[in-house]
Design a protein around this ligand. Sequence first.
Ligand code: KDO
Length: 333
Amino acid sequence: MKINFTRRAIMGAIASVALLGATSSFAEETIKLRISTPAVESDWHAKMLIVFKDALEASAPGEFDVEIHLNASLFKQGTEPVAMQRGNLEMAMISAQDIAKQIPEWSAFTAGYLIRDPEHQKNVFRSDLGQTFYDMVSDKMNIKILDVAYLGTRQLNLRTDVVVNTPADLAGIKLRMPGSDAWQFLGKALGAAPTPMAFGEVYTALQTGTVDGQDNPLPTVKAAKFYEVTKQIVKTSHLVDGIFLSMAQSTFDGLSAEQQANVISAAQAATAYNNENRIADENSLEAFFIEQGLTVSTPDVAAFRAQVQSMYLDSKFAKTWPEGLLDQINAIK
Ligand code: KDO
């Protein structure tokens, strides 16, 4: 009896060890992809990550474990590129402003009134010129850009009812901009007094009056509920903004050719979903904000464009732009 029990125990132990072995070899084959972003759940660039995850699961069942971390809960806004470079993060959505911190030429894509519309943005980044800029990011930052998503056209969103028609009307207005040189310069070029602040702190800052306003595309003003704590939207349309779905180069290089292709097509499915929904939203959200009691106005956009473009051309940023770059970007349809 005693012997039997021992034998059963040994058999059981062998079975558990075998099971453990099977589990861990399964775990080894599954590639974990953690994506960090400050995006809020209901914004399209957060929802598109679910499209990415589902598309990858459909094309490569069981091969990847995609974990989506929203609200900057894993890495602070703007620290994601370095996290990927240090091998602490597999994926993120990074901005041209983040990239420009390490590759100054990239500041061209942070300049107001350069990219014309979402179609132009897509065509620029899918052109040979775009590929050259993506290659710089691979070579110099060890980050693989999978695709660009249209983040939307940035508009002013103020908590006061000051009338804004030209840049002069923004004098002294404390405008929250994300915390980097390139972002701060954009605020200054618009005529405002830029205040650096992470995205996650903006709602409270608007509510308490720490800042007078912020700028973001309309779908984000809705998703982050900034309309609850602001009075007006001024449609300056100053930056046709993009966000780059990216992977640590070492993670990407560790994939088979087939897995790389699946990752890229899942990224393209995600950005297509984002772009379609975001553009539709931008075309219809004005009515929503008016219903919420906000004023929506269109200022003298030509005056904003003239001031912003001339400030960029005179800036330290423009000195880093390769000769002829602006003409090449403008020539892309
Ligand atoms: C923001 O902080 O205003 C910004 O729009 C900047 C973008 O580059 C991006 O980080 C975005 O926030 C977040 O994804 C939140 O929507």
